[in-house]
Design a protein around this ligand. Structure first.
Ligand code: UD1
Length: 431
């Protein structure tokens, strides 16, 4: 088991380059099997979730050729199996995107039903409602979702009862190869919904309105080859923005789309942080203690739930009392008990965290409860006096490429270790 060991207290200073969006890539790689021609995808993040999904895609028979660390060629003409193994869904829920992709292409698919995960129970009823509306028979058998549309998929007017990124994307994928016209109402507007729509359109799909809450899809019979570059990861970028803010640093975050970061930027400005926007970069300068603000997580363009733990760390060090309301997932405050070990003062009541800012943290041994909370604990460690050890970093590696390398490039004293001996060595080295 690997850990991060951090000697905190240094402001982060310098430049960092952001990679492709993990959540876009998960859907785009799945959609890549929808054509029999070869699809070339670049700006792929080299993170665990992506590598697991590529294995799943290979396992159903597609040819996956890694060109380099950030690009891949996929050919779905050799797919011989429309059922995805449980081992993949256990590791990454998002392998359920193969359901929409395979159902769209082959009119049948079988994917194990994902269970809950660390941040909440995460039902997928809306995905299934959408597939059924398109004319598929969907049953749960032996723990798997079996979707079958012997007579083909037929476009439909579908209303999503709540805004769901996953359901929007999954239904969009299936609908783009249905016959006729689909209107998807109350659709998610996240940048990666737009990215996947752009990707599918580049393969010959006819999707309009992605990025608004009504998506219109005219089904096509076939999709074709494309060469596509994934958008920058707004959550990775936001995480470095918060790391700069928490450590009173000055960081230029490059290869971003500032528009995607508006909610994060707005909150940092409210807290008294300086944020400069450039065409494809953003600079965060925090040379003083920031002040409190309130946060409520919402679907895009609201404040993202995936950025909630990271800003909570910044607020826990700001002056005054902040209230953070988590309105998307029910179990996203698991980092609070870990952060308490570093000296934070946070009380959780239901879906609300009341944060009394403290002057500083002291390093401690903590465990990453999930991906984003894990990143937040690393930020806390960077801001804390003394040594922090973050256990269970396997969660962090699911979504952050070279996290420790990029942070070290900004002056952080952080190392990835895998034994107590290495932790001791680090401590001796940094004094
Ligand atoms: C995606 C992101 C995740 C992010 C989340 C919210 C990926 C791979 N993951 O997750 O990082 O935190 O969006 O921005 O892109 N819901 C239902 N029924 C459904 C589907 C969703 O009740 O069929 C509920 C969920 O429990 C949750 C809310 O809708 O409360 C939003 O979930 P959703 O947008 O679907 O999140 P994911 O797509 O799973």
């Amino acid at each position: 088991m690997e850990q991060y060991v951090i000697k905190g207290g240094n402001p982060l200073v310098g430049e960092v380059e952001i990679g492709g969006a993990k959540n876009s890539a998960l859907a785009i790689l799945s959609a890549a099997v929808m054509t029999d021609e070869t699809v070339y995808i670049d700006n792929l993040p080299d993170v665990r979730d992506i590598n697991v999904l590529l294995e799943a895609i290979q396992k159903i028979g597609a040819v996956v050729e890694r060109i380099d660390r950030h690009s891949v060629k996929i050919n779905g003409s050799t797919i011989g199996d429309i059922s995805v193994d449980y081992e993949f869904i256990k590791k990454i829920r998002a392998s359920y995107y193969l359901l929409g992709a395979l159902l769209g292409k082959y009119k049948k698919a079988e994917v194990p039903l994902p269970g809950g995960c660390n941040i909440g129970s995460r039902p997928i009823d809306l995905h299934l409602k959408g597939f059924r509306a398109l004319g598929a028979r969907v049953d749960i058998r032996g723990g798997s979702i079996c979707a079958n549309a012997e007579n083909g998929l037929v476009g439909k007017h579908i209303y999503l009862d709540m805004v769901s990124v996953g359901a929007t994307i999954n239904i969009m994928m299936a609908a783009c190869m249905a016959s006729g016209y689909t209107i998807l109402e109350n659709a998610a507007r996240e940048p990666h919904v737009v990215d996947i729509a752009n990707f599918l359109n580049s393969m010959g799909a006819n999707i309009k309105g992605a990025g608004t809450d009504v998506i219109r899809i005219r089904g096509v019979e076939k999709l074709h080859a494309t060469h596509y570059s994934i958008v920058p990861d707004m959550i990775e970028a936001g995480t470095y923005m918060m790391a700069a803010a928490a450590t009173k640093g000055d960081v230029l975050i490059k290869n971003v789309i500032p528009k995607h970061l508006e909610a994060t930027t707005a909150k940092l400005l409210e807290m008294g942080c300086e944020v400069q926007e450039f065409d494809d970069a953003i600079r965060v300068i925090a040379n003083k203690r920031l002040r409190r603000t309130h946060i409520k997580t919402l679907p895009y363009p609201g404040y993202p739930t995936d950025m909630q733990p990271q800003i909570a760390v910044v607020l826990a060090l700001a002056s005054g009392t902040s209230v953070v309301t988590e309105s998307i997932f029910e179990n996203r405050f698991k980092y609070v008990d870990e952060l308490a070990r570093m000296g934070s003062c946070i009380k959780v009541e239901g879906n609300t965290a009341i944060i009394d800012g403290v002057e500083g943290f002291t390093g401690a041994r903590v465990s990453a409860p999930d991906l984003r909370a894990g990143a937040a604990l690393v930020i806390a460690g960077l801001a804390a006096e003394g040594i922090t050890v973050v256990d269970d970093i396997v969660y962090i590696q699911r979504g952050y490429e070279d996290f420790e390398v990029k942070l070290a490039g900004l002056g952080a004293e952080i190392e990835k270790v895998s034994s107590e001996k290495e932790i001791q060595k680090f401590k001796l080295r940094v004094g």
